[in-house]
Design a protein around this ligand. Structure first.
Ligand SMILES: NC(=O)c1ccc[n+]([C@@H]2O[C@H](COP(=O)([O-])OP(=O)(O)OC[C@H]3O[C@@H](n4cnc5c(N)ncnc54)[C@H](OP(=O)(O)O)[C@@H]3O)[C@@H](O)[C@H]2O)c1
Length: 295
């Protein structure tokens, strides 16, 4: 039996990931989620091999309690949960800007905290090409790439002079850059487990647009899934969920690799920054300092 822990498994990509993992009756899947009612319904429908654990990633103290109580060997951790805000800058109770807190700090801390249980296993981070300023589809949706200055600025949600909407896009793109850098840096530092990044492509229809206005949400859920057939690099949660499960279940021994939804090496990541060892070290050390105050 192999045990996989998946965050944000109640909808969108996460739900498709567990659906694919659950096809193998030898897999045990643990959904680490905040909406237990939704999770229970999904587990009942999908497989008796699914368990639920409550985890709201917006507070690092929750992540601390979660990893302290963990005592089971893990074959895989999928840091899938993610959010994107639009009109408001939000902060966690700990005082961190919420996009970076959920998408980067919590995923980083969960991985570090569970590391002793992940020997011989795999960790998957979910990236996004929106972090690359040259990514065409990202530009079409108003992204201008990650705006990484320093970890201190980023976690404080420092105003960079742009509109709130633009800053929130910047924060999302920056969090995805940090996910990607983290996976590559973990692969450099740790042999105990393998790390991968999946860039799932544009997957219209998921809950990621929940903070957009009603019109944009309608377009995202009803028009984009069809229009997506004509856009490059646009896919579905079904396809990307299958790829995520494939990464976890197929032994590749290529820790640090960044893959696309089509199972091929990703072409869209920002090489100069993602592969820069000095930046990788800085992101790792600064993130460790922050989570160290909570561990
Ligand atoms: N959709 C795209 O085009 C796209 C493209 C590139 C990358 N991605 C990435 O794919 C991943 C999945 O996104 P999605 O598109 O599938 O969006 P989604 O449908 O909104 O799924 C996000 C999941 O994260 C969970 N989540 C959000 N905040 C949380 C918190 N504080 N604590 C615990 N769980 C939390 C949500 O749980 P609730 O049900 O409780 O809200 C939900 O299950 C994200 O990392 C996203 O950045 C998406």
């Amino acid at each position: 039996m192999k045990t996989y822990l998946v965050t944000g498994a109640t909808g969108g990509l996460g739900l498709e990931i567990i659906r694919n993992l659950a096809k193998n009756s030898k897999n045990k899947i643990i959904m680490a989620i905040r909406n237990m009612d939704k999770g229970l319904k999904i587990a009942r429908e999908l497989s008796p091999n699914i368990e639920l654990l409550e985890l709201d990633l917006s507070e690092l103290s929750n992540v601390k309690d979660f990893v302290r109580n963990w005592d089971t060997k893990l074959d895989g951790l999928i840091n899938n949960a993610g959010i994107q805000f639009v009109n408001e800058t939000k902060y966690t109770r700990d005082g961190f800007e919420k996009t970076i807190a959920v998408n980067h700090l919590a995923a980083f801390m969960l991985t570090i905290g569970l590391m002793p249980h992940l020997r011989g296993g795999k960790v998957l981070f979910i990236g996004s090409a929106t972090h690359n300023p040259d990514y065409l589809i990202g530009k079409m949706f108003g992204f201008r790439g990650a705006q990484y200055t320093s970890m201190d600025d980023i976690v404080k949600g420092k105003d960079n002079g742009a509109s709130t909407q633009q800053m929130n896009r910047d924060r999302y793109a920056t969090s995805k850059l940090l996910n990607t850098i983290t996976a590559v840096e973990f692969a450099r530092r740790y042999n105990e487990f393998e790390t991968y990044v999946l860039d799932p492509g544009l997957m219209p229809g998921t809950g990621l647009a929940r903070y957009q206005n009603r019109f944009m949400n309608f377009v995202w859920k009803n028009i984009m899934p069809v229009a997506g057939y004509f856009l490059p690099d646009t896919t579905s949660t079904r396809r990307s969920g299958k790829t995520a499960a494939w990464i976890m279940e197929t032994s590749t021994n290529r820790s640090g690799e960044i893959l696309s939804y089509n199972q091929k090496p990703n072409r869209y990541f920002w090489k100069d920054v993602v592969l820069n060892e000095k930046i990788g070290e800085e992101v790792y050390e600064d993130s460790m300092k922050i989570i160290g105050n909570f561990l």
